[in-house]
Design a binder for this molecule. Structure first.
Ligand code: SF4
Ligand code: SF4
Length: 249
């Protein structure tokens, strides 16, 4: 018999499936290219505003976006049954920074060349707010899907989040600032005294984190944690929970 997912994970999967289905509408609002084109004309576009919102959300919600709302995450969760291999984050996590830093530099350069931002157009390069409004634009749409899913299918669970995601660094920087300043935010908390070391949490983590090790070390904070709650729902002892708390000293 196929084991049913816990209710919270079914809700999360449902949200992600909906987000994936609406991706033809939203792709330009998360596009790493459209922000460059808009920047070259001095326009604050939808993706710049969205990346700003992601950064601000991470100050209080960490990377919950990645676990609950991101279409890129949804694509990789869909392909997970094809390759559920654990990913060694230490080997590939750095790649996204090698992509992100030059990309941000190009945007800044384009905006400087344009004489700064002079206009806001949230719906820039969309037709009535819809991103894929003509058949040719499906080429870009399918390219993004094949890229995100292809890497996850070849390397393992959520490998694109680890390696090529251009959105993750915004939230990782936000998380870093939050931890430095020390205000409260959504995170994981645990009580290792009830842990039986069954490692179900580690085996189920979509980001391939050593959750059992985190519990044992009482260090539940990791830059790659997407706050999906899978470990919470898989733990038979109820050791892990969500908490809204300040960073531990
Ligand atoms: S540690 Fe838990 S909440 Fe964080 S990504 Fe892994 S399973 Fe999700
Ligand atoms: S699933 Fe729960 S009991 Fe098992 S190792 Fe993880 S925290 Fe400990």
């Amino acid at each position: 018999m196929v084991k049913q997912l816990p209710t919270r994970q079914r809700v999360r999967r449902g949200i992600l499936t909906f987000i994936f289905l609406t991706f033809p509408i939203t792709i330009n609002y998360l596009s790493p290219y459209v922000i460059i084109e808009a920047g070259s004309q001095g326009i604050i576009n939808g993706s710049l505003i969205m990346f700003g919102i992601l950064f601000l959300s991470s100050l209080f919600l960490g990377r919950a976006w990645c676990g609950w709302i991101c279409p890129g995450g949804a694509m990789q969760d869909i392909i997970e049954p094809v390759n559920n291999k654990v990913v060694n984050g230490k080997k590939i996590d750095w790649i996204k920074w090698v992509i992100w830093i030059p990309w941000i530099s190009i945007i800044v350069w384009m905006v400087i060349q344009a004489g700064g931002y002079s206009k806001i157009d949230f719906f820039y390069l969309t037709e009535n707010g819809i991103s894929v409004d003509e058949p040719m634009k499906y080429i870009i749409y399918y390219f993004v899907i094949f890229l995100m899913m292809g890497i996850a299918a070849l390397v393992g669970r959520r490998a694109s989040c680890h390696s090529i995601c251009w959105m993750a660094p915004f939230m990782m920087i936000g998380r870093w600032i939050r931890n430095k300043v020390g205000w409260g935010s959504l995170k994981l908390a645990s009580d290792s005294s009830d842990c039986t070391n069954c490692k179900l949490c580690t085996r189920s983590c979509p980001m391939s984190l050593d959750v059992n090790g985190m519990v044992q070390a009482s260090k539940m904070e990791d830059p790659e944690c997407i706050l999906c709650g899978t470990c919470i729902d898989q733990c038979p002892q109820g050791v892990i929970r969500y908490a809204f708390a300040k960073p531990s000293k």
